[in-house]
Design a protein. Structure first.
Length: 118
């Protein structure tokens, strides 16, 4: 990556802001980008409280997403629009329940891990 690449600039920044993290999450959403972002937020709880960007699907979240019928069924790798839909649903639920999007993503993961796929 070149140093004028926006993703590179954000990824190598020592203390990115929440808006920068949210911008980074939409550059190319996928497990390899969003999971490390989630881990970063776990260790920066003040930022996690206000983060509203995309979070990783993972196979367990996909199972939950499909079981709860939150959008069209996802088969294989989630598309950009799947990530946008998960973000919208997660943000709406976070507002309604008064919790963080990180907490909801973790709950989706846990619930998805309990679902048996035939």
């Amino acid at each position: 990556m070149s140093t004028d690449n926006r993703a590179y600039v954000i990824a190598t920044k020592a203390n990115p802001t929440v808006p920068e993290l949210e911008e980074f999450s939409v550059i190319e959403p996928g497990w390899s980008i969003l999971f490390p972002l989630k881990i970063y937020l776990i260790y920066h709880s003040e930022q996690a409280k206000i983060y509203r960007g995309m979070l990783p699907f993972g196979s367990e979240v996909i199972k939950f997403y499909n079981e709860a019928e939150l959008g069209k069924e996802i088969k294989g790798t989630p598309s950009f629009s799947d990530h946008v839909r998960l973000k919208e649903v997660t943000n709406a639920l976070a507002d309604h329940l008064g919790c963080t999007t990180m907490m909801l993503n973790n709950e989706m993961y846990l619930e998805g891990s309990r679902i048996k796929v035939e």
